[in-house]
Design a protein around this ligand. Structure first.
Ligand code: CA2
Length: 139
C-alpha cells in the first residue's frame, strides 16, 4: 500500500524551534522511525511552504497513492484551495496535527481540510502520523 505523507508550511523547522509545542525531533528522523514501524507500507514524503505546490502534490498523490496523511499546517485554517484539492482526490486523506488545536487560538479551530478528510487526528505529537498510518491498515 502506497501512502503519501504531506506536510505544509514551516514543518521543515520541526526539531529546531518551539520544542514544547512541536517536539524536538526532525520530521526526517521521525520518518525513518515510521518506515521501520510500518515496513508493509511504501511511504513517500513531501513538504512545502508554498500553497500551490501543496495543491499540486495532493492532486498527484491522490491519483498515485492509496492514501494521504496531510498536515497542511497553517494553510489548514486558511486555504480553500487545499480543502478543494482534498475533496477532489480519489485517495482517502487523514488530517493530522501535532498539537491539540482545541486548546489553541480560535482561528486554529477552523479547518478547510476536515470536511474532505476521512478522519482527523490531533494532539498526540508526532505519534499522530503513526496513528494515521495505522488507520489505513485497519481498512
Ligand atoms: O499542530 C500542528 O501540526 C499544526 O498543523 C502546526 C502548524 C500550525 O499552524 C497549525 O495550527 C497546527 C505550524 C507548524 C509550524 O511548525 C514549526 C515547527 C518548529 C518550529 C516552528 C514552527
Amino acid at each position: 500500500m502506497k501512502i503519501a505523507i504531506i506536510n505544509g508550511p514551516n514543518l521543515n523547522l520541526l526539531g529546531s524551534r518551539e520544542p514544547d509545542l512541536y517536539g524536538s525531533t526532525t520530521f526526517e528522523a521521525y520518518l525513518e522511525e515510521l518506515r521501520k514501524a510500518f515496513p508493509e507500507l511504501e511511504l513517500s514524503y513531501f513538504q512545502s511552504n508554498v500553497e500551490g505546490e501543496l495543491v499540486n502534490h495532493i492532486q498527484q498523490a491522490g491519483a498515485a497513492a492509496d492514501g494521504i496523511v496531510l498536515n497542511a499546517a497553517a494553510y489548514t485554517h486558511t486555504s480553500v484551495a487545499i480543502g478543494d484539492a482534498v475533496k477532489a482526490v480519489k485517495a482517502p486523506v487523514v488530517e493530522v496535527h501535532i498539537s491539540n488545536l482545541a486548546t489553541r487560538e480560535p482561528f486554529r479551530h477552523v479547518s478547510h481540510v476536515s470536511a474532505g478528510a476521512k478522519g482527523v487526528i490531533f494532539g498526540f505529537g508526532l505519534s499522530g502520523y503513526a496513528l494515521a498510518l495505522q488507520s489505513f491498515l485497519q481498512d
